[in-house]
Design a binder for this molecule. Structure first.
Ligand code: 0L1
Ligand code: MG
Length: 269
């Protein structure tokens, strides 16, 4: 399917050049034009080649991977960003910030927040056709999360190959609330209200994430399979924003209140 067409067109030198560009933009918190301006033939597979090269470099530098994220998994997100296909990105342990802490924005370009259901796995998941039931059976617990995304592209303007190369705009994440076993929850209809400075700014239900957040995890495993990877036990997985993403600036306080799972709050400076 279009979600997993991993044909590549870029040669190794171009992948290195584009990874240099993305790494510099992420490290320096500098906005850059979307990559397809210079490489118009770039494919989704090329985007993942850049993303995986960035991951390889950072792991080689000693940074630890916590897991993966599914992105663009809700209609609200796809409409907001003008794309029609979900994507995945990697999560490093050092992207995490403590619940209730203050997140700096001077090392980010133009942060936005999303409220998501996160999964922690207790068994390996692999292959092209993992089911919702298999995801749930492999889930140790779920926990509510705020993802702070930060596209490195000017004006948050990009296409799918570019945003995939930019690691799905991954930047920070915060977990909080209650970690609960999935089997006691109706994970497909959890309401959530996202508040900024005490005012509700977005609301929705977890149904918005592909009908069931576990289906987004199954899709993530399928994409990993297409990339020759698997999801090992002990992975932290974010299943995708339930509502559209909300811009934040220094001084903002954001709280995501989830039905059953409790709330997650974070401040920006
Ligand atoms: O987590 C997400 O859904 C973000 C995916 C990338 C698109 C964006 O930057 O909004
Ligand atoms: Mg997200």
């Amino acid at each position: 399917s279009a979600a997993t067409d991993m044909r590549r067109t870029l040669d190794a030198a171009a992948v290195q050049q584009l990874t240099d560009r993305i790494e510099a933009a992420q490290t320096g918190a500098r906005a850059i034009p979307k990559l397809t301006d210079d490489f118009p033939g770039m494919t989704l597979g090329d985007g993942y080649a850049v993303q995986l090269e960035l991951l390889r470099r950072w792991r080689a530098a000693g940074r630890r991977q916590a897991g993966w994220k599914a992105g663009l998994t809700s209609k609200a997100k796809m409409v907001q960003m003008g794309v029609t296909v979900p994507s995945i990105g990697f999560l490093l342990a050092d992207f995490a910030r403590a619940e209730g802490s203050t997140v700096r924005t001077d090392d980010l370009v133009h942060p936005r927040v999303e409220c998501e259901v996160a999964f922690v796995t207790k068994a390996d998941l692999a292959g092209p056709d993992v089911t919702r039931a298999q995801v749930l059976a492999a889930t140790d617990f779920v926990v509510p999360a705020i993802e702070v995304i930060d596209s490195r592209f000017s004006g948050f303007k990009f296409d799918l190959p570019s945003v995939v190369a930019d690691n799905g705009s991954s930047a920070r994440y915060v977990t909080g609330g209650r970690a609960l076993r999935a089997d006691g929850l109706e994970l497909d209809c959890l309401g959530v209200v996202l508040e900024k400075n005490g005012e509700p700014v977005a609301m929705g239900a977890s149904t918005a994430v592909m009908g069931h957040p576990a289906d987004a995890v199954a899709l993530l495993v399928k994409v990993l399979h297409e990339l020759g990877e698997t999801l090992p036990a002990g992975s932290f997985v974010m299943s995708g924003g339930i509502t559209e993403a909300i811009a934040v600036k220094p001084g903002d306080v954001v709280c995501a209140r989830f039905q059953e799972l409790g709330s997650v709050a974070v401040r920006f400076a």
